[in-house]
Ligand binder design. Structure first.
Ligand code: NAD
Length: 472
């Protein structure tokens, strides 16, 4: 092992130790293929021990005053903020995001931890009067043990959301970060865990089988952000154990470019949506339906945008992901798509892929129908806004969608008709910090993010109280 490599340990039963499975994994740099991180993978016994420890700690943490839980979360957020530079360096080394963007996303995670620290103590139930001698209370209670299983593409911010909401509401957590960013997850866990009582925070390391063992164990919630295929297998595991599955999964987000918009502005929006983080964002722009009236000018502007993005993006996370994206691009080309920019994986080390613009795509191509987790804008030209709407709506996913339009009535039609959890008008990203998301279809189930995530992490108890009868 190289001296400057990260050696990742797990945190189970209050001690940092290597995973006991005997299996190891090595993360390679997406820039030059050199080894970055070594992981001793957690065993099934480690999973069982983490669950037992968490269960034993859960009652006391649930009974801890919400303000005290919030104070611990604030202290944890301060620790992550103080280590943001170091954490950004690890994230960049493992998954390739340029370090400035990595730092920004870590600070977004810190913001989320703080938000949940503030919101936790104000998360309240309701009352309902019966007759004059009776009242019903509806009180939120923590669900118990929450397994938090996360992806690599925004590893700190996504983890902070689920961990923060679970901890603020009095749950204990078992965290299993992605096998692509284990050192990022391990360092984050180190920064967070010390602010909570023993057993409240555990860390397991490893790949799909470790996640699957955790999802099948006696936990109360499995909160997962990741691919649709993984989400489906977690839902099946939860159906067997009775745990609640909270799933934020993949998407194939459309953007509609309406007639009458400034084509240069629309191209800059689409390029941002398709290329930032090398297209590896759940709500990245994946398919573009452009009105024929503006298609020519828009495509020309998008080609220029792609050229400018070439010097701004980092590599993709690894060769496997890059090859999958390249395969979708090559298949689209065989089926008649025209490459305006990019479209070829460069020779040499690492997992680089250029910003790619495909024109003349059709709605049935895999690059349009499936999630393409890379820097690719697949453009379909349409004859009317209504045909753009029907094509955009026809998808196995339902994560988010955008419409770029100067028409208020088309904006209204779009948000009403598009079957996605989030619809954005005139911005491909945006959305207030702390906003909720509620994916549909293959994109998951339950609220991820926002104050509503506190509801997901808790169970509502109905209590009926009557005054004692006269004469007691
Ligand atoms: P992934 O599903 O391969 O892995 C996610 C996590 O699940 C990892 O920790 C992994 O080890 C674990 N896992 C894998 N197989 C498992 C199994 N059978 N049981 C339990 N756990 C298992 O996803 P990824 O490649 O890390 O992330 C990219 C995906 O995440 C994309 O599809 C992206 O759209 C999605 N994503 C969604 C959101 C959102 O908010 N909707 C946010 C970020 C990423």
């Amino acid at each position: 092992m190289r001296a400057d490599m990260y050696e990742v340990s797990q945190y189970v039963s209050g001690s940092w130790q290597p995973g006991a499975s005997g299996r190891r994994l090595t993360v390679l740099s997406p820039v030059d293929d050199s080894p970055v991180t070594e992981v001793a993978i957690s065993s099934e016994d480690d999973v069982a021990a983490a669950v037992a420890t968490a269960r034993a700690a859960s009652l006391e943490w649930a009974a801890t005053a919400p303000a005290a839980r919030a104070a611990a979360l604030h202290a944890a957020a301060d620790a992550v903020a103080a280590a943001a530079d170091e954490l950004a360096e690890i994230m960049t080394a493992e998954m390739g995001k340029p370090v400035g963007g990595a730092r920004e996303s870590i600070m977004a995670g810190v913001g989320t931890l703080r938000q949940y620290a503030e919101l936790g103590p104000t998360h309240r139930g309701r009352t309902l009067a019966g007759d004059s001698a009776a009242i019903d209370l509806m009180a939120y209670e923590p669900r118990g043990v929450v397994a938090v299983i996360t992806p690599w593409n925004d590893p700190v911010a996504v983890s902070c959301g689920l961990l923060g909401a679970a901890l603020a509401t009095g749950n204990v957590v078992i965290y299993k970060p992605s096998e692509r960013t284990p050192a990022t997850g391990w360092r984050l866990a180190q920064l967070l865990a010390e602010h909570f009582p023993a057993g409240v925070f555990s860390l397991l390391n490893g790949d799909g089988p470790v996640g699957a063992a955790l999802a099948a164990s006696a936990v109360d919630v499995v909160a997962q952000v990741g691919s649709t295929a993984t989400g489906r297998s977690i839902a099946a595991a939860c159906a067997r154990t009775g745990a609640k599955a909270l799933l934020e999964n993949g998407g194939s987000d459309p953007v509609i470019v309406d007639a009458g918009v400034d084509p240069a502005w629309a191209a800059s929006q689409v390029a941002l949506g398709a290329f930032v983080n090398s297209g590896q964002i759940c709500v990245a722009v994946e398919r573009v339906y452009v009105h024929r009236d503006v298609a020519g000018a828009f495509l020309e502007a998008l080609e220029n945008e792609a050229e400018q993005w070439e010097s701004r993006i980092g590599p993709m996370v690894d060769r496997r992901m890059r090859d999958a994206v390249d395969e979708q691009v090559q298949q689209a080309v065989k089926e008649g798509a025209r490459v305006l920019r990019g479209g070829t994986a460069p020779a040499g080390p690492g997992a680089f892929y250029p910003p790619t613009v495909l024109a003349d795509c059709t709605h049935d191509m895999a690059v349009v129908r499936e999630e393409t987790f890379g820097p690719v804008a697949a453009v379909v030209t349409v004859d009317s806004f209504s045909s753009a709407l029907s094509l955009a709506a026809d998808s196995p996913y339902g994560l988010a969608a955008s419409v770029l339009t100067t028409s208020m009535s088309n904006a209204q039609l779009a948000w009403r008709r598009l079957p996605a959890g989030t619809v954005k008008v005139n911005n491909v990203f945006g959305g207030a910090p702390g906003g909720a998301a509620h994916p549909r279809r293959g994109s998951g189930q339950g609220f991820g993010y926002g104050p509503e995530l506190l509801d997901e992490m808790t169970a509502m108890k109905a209590v009926h109280i009557e005054a004692p009868p006269q004469g007691w």
